[in-house]
Design a protein around this ligand. Sequence first.
Ligand code: PLP
Length: 423
Amino acid sequence: MSVTNESLFERAKQTNPGGVNSPVRSFRSVGGTPRFFRKGEGAYLWDVEGTRYLDLVGSWGASITGHAHPEIVQAVQKAAEHGLSFGAPTEAEIEMAETLCRLLPSMEQVRLVSSGTEATMSAIRLARGFTKRDLLIKFEGCYHGHSDSLLVAAGSGALTFGHPTSGGVSELTASQTVVLPYHDTEALENAFKQLGDKVAAVIIEPVAGNMNMIIPTQAYLQTLRTLCDDYGVVLIFDEVMSGFRVALECVQGLMGIRPDITTLGKVIGGGMPVAAFGGRKDIMAHLAPLGSVYQAGTLSGNPVAVAAGLASLAIIQREGFYQHLSTVTQRFVQGINRIAANHAFCAQSLGGMFGFYCLESVPDSYEAMRKCDQESFKRVFHALLNQGVYLPPSAFEAGFMSAAHTEVMIDDALNKFATIVDA
Ligand code: PLP
């Protein structure tokens, strides 16, 4: 009997909790059977049943060059021939650090890690070690990985301390995180007035992608920068998702705001596990082995993963890369907006990242996003999936294009969308 997505899902559930190794893959919020992929090439994925999909997820943003880009595959093969892991320094790690520091001037020094979670968790510890303060401010709807102090929701009052959103996170840990509404200047100013001198760090997605895509104003981010300066708080821009995804200069370059620490992941690994955190040299100097803040990793700066990352970073720096990426992404969102003119759907994009919303108008806050019509999203998601277009399997996730997507592919997806909406 040949394998099917369904048979693999049933089999996976015997040995993996929920049949997956990361919850959103389980299709819980849209229902149905997750696709088990066997191959990716360029803009397409193929599942185990041989069905082809136009991929609008791109490994949650990592696959910006398209799947199995020949230069990245070759770099990985070449690195692997020389050994998979040394647990000791390599020249390629220096090249990676130099590239990141050159592309992002706010990053005076950088440490490589293996996941976005590790990057944000380490950045927060570093900020606490540097400021000798305990409190952390985060924003509702932002996701920064699954470390304890970040799996926290707002308390019941306007400015109470957080409570855990995950089993296993202690009340004590959650109580050191203050959760504020995203893109709300007044709430920000009030919080700083009351707690500013106790806060070690503010962590923010400067363009959010984990409550679907929300683009804040430059003025909001500038206020945040100023308040952090006034109160000696470390400003962490979590660009794990937006970094090199919205533009080569990332959100910080587009908005002209210099964070103290930046966290990166996804694109900088070219599909392999590479992430990083870096920023002001005086802050980074507090990191072991120079300073007292401990952080380490057996596979940090892994030579095969770094080879993939370097190849990916080389490709995105080429002339015209972001131009093409933005053009195809814009074509998609403009098409959605045109087709959906009389329906409650809309879309927007920045670089190679887009938001597709089951709402009348583009949301500018988590509160606005929460009003989206999830039933409608499920219907569109499954109808597109059945026609070979793979959207993120949740109404609250951003979507991602790659440089391998073409206008012809986008127009084909839009035609399919049009038939669904009109049905
Ligand atoms: N930060 C942001 C903004 C993210 O979007 C993610 C993951 O999607 C993370 C951190 C965590 O990264 P990882 O899944 O590599 O641990």
